[in-house]
Design a protein around this ligand. Structure first.
Ligand code: ZN
Length: 114
């Protein structure tokens, strides 16, 4: 039974190896969104495995099935949004390149660059 919340959890400031500990969130398919505290060097090459503690309780089976799919969708939307913003930026620059000679001065050109 899990009785501690993240706010109640007292984390060790230092790992036994002397390095700081950090709170992170797991995004593996088995533990999506589950927070833990570990040595700052955890999972690094020649890293440290002395300190690792889960903060959140285990993820239920249903959430474990759903969260990775939702995360993939969010990532896909963010990628689409980044592509859209880059495309919009290129089109805006092209528009300004075309229209700039017809503007009386640069200040007016800035007005169009929204
Ligand atoms: Zn350590």
């Amino acid at each position: 039974m899990w009785v501690l919340t993240a706010e109640e959890f007292i984390m060790n400031e230092f790992c036994p190896c002397g390095t700081n500990t950090v709170m992170k969130t797991s995004w593996t398919n088995h533990n999506p969104g589950r927070r833990y505290i570990a040595c700052e060097r955890f999972k690094q090459i020649n890293g440290c495995n002395y300190y690792f503690v889960w903060i959140d309780p285990p993820i239920c089976t249903r959430a474990r099935q759903i969260i990775p799919g939702l995360l993939r969708r969010v990532n896909r939307f963010e990628e689409d949004l980044n592509r859209f913003e880059e495309d919009l930026k290129k089109k805006r620059n092209r528009f300004m390149f075309i229209i700039k000679p017809y503007l009386p001065n640069h200040r007016d050109a800035v007005m169009f660059d929204v």
